[in-house]
Design a protein around this ligand. Structure first.
Ligand code: MD3
Ligand code: FE
Length: 217
C-alpha cells in the first residue's frame, strides 16, 4: 500500500513493524519532513561531497558516503573509525541539520528510546547494483544508544541477521520515508543491504539515500 504526499509514494504512514525485541520499522515516519531533509542534505554536500571510501582490505565501497555532526564514520587502509575531520577537506564535518536531529529524536522516542542525541550522521548513497555486505556496527564507544536510519528514494531490501554472522537473515523491504530504530538487545545484529535494483524513484531518480544517526562518542 502506498500513501501519496505531493506526488511522492510513501509507505502507509504510521505502521509500526517489529523487527526484534528492540528494533522496529516506522513506515513513512519521515513523511512531511522529506523535502526539508533533502534541502538540508544539499547543504551538507557542499562542504562534504559524496566519496567512495576504501575498506581496510583495499576494496572500494559501492555505496558513496558522507557525514555530518561532531563525528563522522571513515574507512581507509588503516581501518574503520570515527573522526572529527573530513579527510577530504581537512575541515570539521558540517553540523547535523536540525531537521535530521529532530526526526532522529522523535523516531527514537516513538520506538521507546527517550532523549536520543546523535553526534554522528553517516549518509549512504546507493545507485543500482550498490550494496552493503553483512556486518555489525561496532565502531561506536557505547552500544547503549539506539541507531536511527532514514530511507529515501529507491526501495532496498535490508538483510536483518542475528548475533552470529552465520545466522539466517530475514529480508525486509525499506521504502522512501521509512525510519528504522535499532537498540538494546538488537544493537549488534548482523545486517546489510542487497544490491539495489533499478526502480527509479519519482523524486530522487535512480538512487537510494540512507541517513544513519548515531551516538558514536
Ligand atoms: C541494524 N547502513 O551504515 S540502515 C551502516 O541502509 C548501515 O545504508 C544500512 O548498515 C543502509 O552501517 C542499513 C542502518 C543500520 C545501522 C545500524 C544497525 C542498521 C542496523 C545496527 C544494528 C542493526
Ligand atoms: Fe551498519
Amino acid at each position: 500500500m502506498t500513501g501519496d504526499l505531493f506526488g511522492e509514494p510513501l509507505a502507509t504512514p504510521g505502521q509500526r513493524e517489529a523487527l526484534g525485541a528492540q528494533a522496529c520499522v516506522l513506515r513513512g515516519f519521515a513523511g512531511a519532513d522529506v523535502p526539508a531533509l533533502l534541502q538540508a542534505l544539499e547543504r551538507v554536500l557542499q562542504p562534504a561531497p559524496w566519496r567512495h571510501m576504501t575498506t581496510p582490505g583495499g576494496f572500494t565501497m559501492s555505496a558513496a558516503q558522507t557525514n555530518c555532526g561532531p563525528l563522522g564514520w571513515v574507512s581507509d587502509r588503516r581501518g574503520y573509525r570515527y573522526a572529527a575531520w573530513d579527510p577530504l577537506s581537512g575541515q570539521p564535518w558540517p553540523a547535523i541539520p536540525p531537521a535530521f536531529e529532530r526526526l532522529a529524536r522523535d523516531a527514537a522516542a516513538a520506538a521507546g528510546f527517550q532523549g536520543f542525541e546523535p553526534d554522528a550522521c553517516l549518509v549512504n548513497r546507493y545507485v543500482p547494483g550498490a550494496r552493503l555486505s553483512l556486518h555489525q556496527d561496532k565502531d561506536e564507544t557505547d552500544y547503549e544508544h539506539p541507531i536511527v536510519s532514514v530511507s529515501l528514494g529507491m526501495p532496498a531490501v535490508f538483510l536483518w541477521g542475528g548475533r552470529e554472522r552465520a545466522d539466517k537473515a530475514a529480508r525486509v523491504p525499506l521504502f522512501h520515508g521509512d525510519v528504522v530504530v535499532w537498540g538494546g538487545v538488537d544493537r549488534l545484529r548482523f545486517h546489510g543491504v542487497l544490491p539495489l535494483k533499478p526502480v527509479p524513484h519519482p523524486l530522487l531518480g535512480e538512487q537510494r539515500i540512507n541517513l544513519t544517526l548515531r551516538r558514536a562518542g
